[in-house]
Design a binder for this molecule. Structure first.
Ligand SMILES: Cc1cc2nc3c(=O)[nH]c(=O)nc-3n(C[C@H](O)[C@H](O)[C@H](O)COP(=O)(O)OP(=O)(O)OC[C@H]3O[C@@H](n4cnc5c(N)ncnc54)[C@H](O)[C@@H]3O)c2cc1C
Length: 311
């Protein structure tokens, strides 16, 4: 390819912005579409204490602002638009934006992330980052010797609850039904953990607290009876949805919609399309792993472009 290839990145979380830094420094002038959540999921949280290089932690929003500025410094072009549909059937790939524009890409890095599932309560949204979290690995540390609740009934809820017992003095696992969906092994782990108390047939109606979580208003799903549970934190363990709907069936996905990449690389099922971050990772889901795979996607994309030139 003799002319400058059109390199497009979707997503402005740690994966997309890291890919942008590498691609821009390689002189490939990437164009990055930020979507409706500029900065990605980290903008939903306050203190980030586990991103290497920040001894005293850093606010999630500041980390992403800095990373964006770094990508811009090397020549990344940014657009606020969201991509609403794609045609990956031939190269150049065609992408349609929320502003009604059609854009072409010779290389595409998908870093559209995943969206944690929330209960959808106003009080839950207001207290996000103030005691309400969707990531025990990220925020469990802040609840040392405090009491927390986890909502959910699958493997991930039990995993989050078990992990939180390392910090919290008590973890209440709240589930709407009278039995868990989780595997028997996971259930056994929860039942035998003395720090975990299980509340079946309960739904969360409201997260209580003004500036920080102080408790939950619960409703019994069988009797309708209301009660208040005093807790200092609420963790959602009801899963994540990868943001892959705009690709339809064009790319290989797993049973829950995560993009499948060739092991050890970021190549998707279509040559020239690369995936990085939470959109292809249902396991680690951390800013540093997302950033790491963003770097991998940029290097994979560069090598792929070189191979086109050689061929
Ligand atoms: C409350 C909370 C706290 C967390 N705390 C920590 C922590 O302390 N430490 C840690 O390491 N991790 C933490 N995480 C996890 C971390 O935020 C994620 O692992 C990481 O942000 C994933 O990065 P990503 O770039 O893959 O995607 P995301 O951050 O999810 O970003 C996705 C990007 O894609 C864009 N996008 C989506 N669809 C489109 C589209 N159609 N067109 C264009 N753009 C699109 C969005 O606008 C967004 O910019 C936390 C997560 C949450 C929810």
């Amino acid at each position: 390819m003799n002319k400058q290839p059109r390199v497009v990145i979707l997503g402005s979380g740690p994966a997309g912005l890291t890919a942008a830094i590498y691609l821009a420094r390689a002189g490939l002038k990437p164009v990055l579409y930020e979507g409706t959540q500029p900065g990605g999921q980290l903008t939903l949280t306050t203190e980030v204490e586990n991103f290497p290089g920040f001894v005293n932690g850093i606010q999630g929003g500041d980390l992403m602002d800095n990373t964006r500025a770094q990508a811009e410094r090397f020549g990344t072009e940014f657009s606020w638009a969201e991509i609403v549909s794609t045609d990956l059937s031939e190269r150049p790939f065609k992408l349609h934006t929320s502003e009604g524009k059609d854009i072409l890409a010779d290389v595409l890095v998908i870093a559209t992330g995943a969206t944690a599932r929330w209960l959808g309560l106003e009080s839950e949204k207001r207290l996000q980052g103030r005691g309400v979290s969707a990531c025990a690995t990220c925020d469990g540390f802040f609840f040392r010797d405090l009491e927390v609740a986890v909502v959910g009934g699958g493997d991930s809820a039990i995993e989050e609850a078990t992990f939180l017992t390392r910090f919290a003095s008590k973890v209440t696992l709240i589930h709407r039904r009278d039995e868990f969906r989780a595997s028997k092994v996971m259930q056994a782990r929860a039942f035998k953990n003395e720090k975990i108390e299980i509340l079946f047939n309960k739904g969360v109606e409201e997260v209580l607290g003004t500036d920080a979580v102080t408790g939950l208003r619960l409703r019994d799903t069988v009797t309708g009876e209301e009660s208040v549970l005093k807790v200092d934190g609420l963790f959602l363990g009801i899963g994540h949805t990868p943001n892959t709907a705009i690709f339809g069936d064009q790319l290989a996905k797993d049973g829950t919609g995560y993009l499948i990449t060739t092991p050890g690389s970021t190549h998707t099922s279509i040559p020239g399309v690369f995936a990085a971050g939470d959109v292809q990772d249902s396991i680690y889901r951390q800013a540093i792993t997302a950033a790491g795979s963003g770097c991998m996607a940029a290097l994979d994309a560069e090598k792929w472009l070189e191979s086109l030139e050689e061929g």
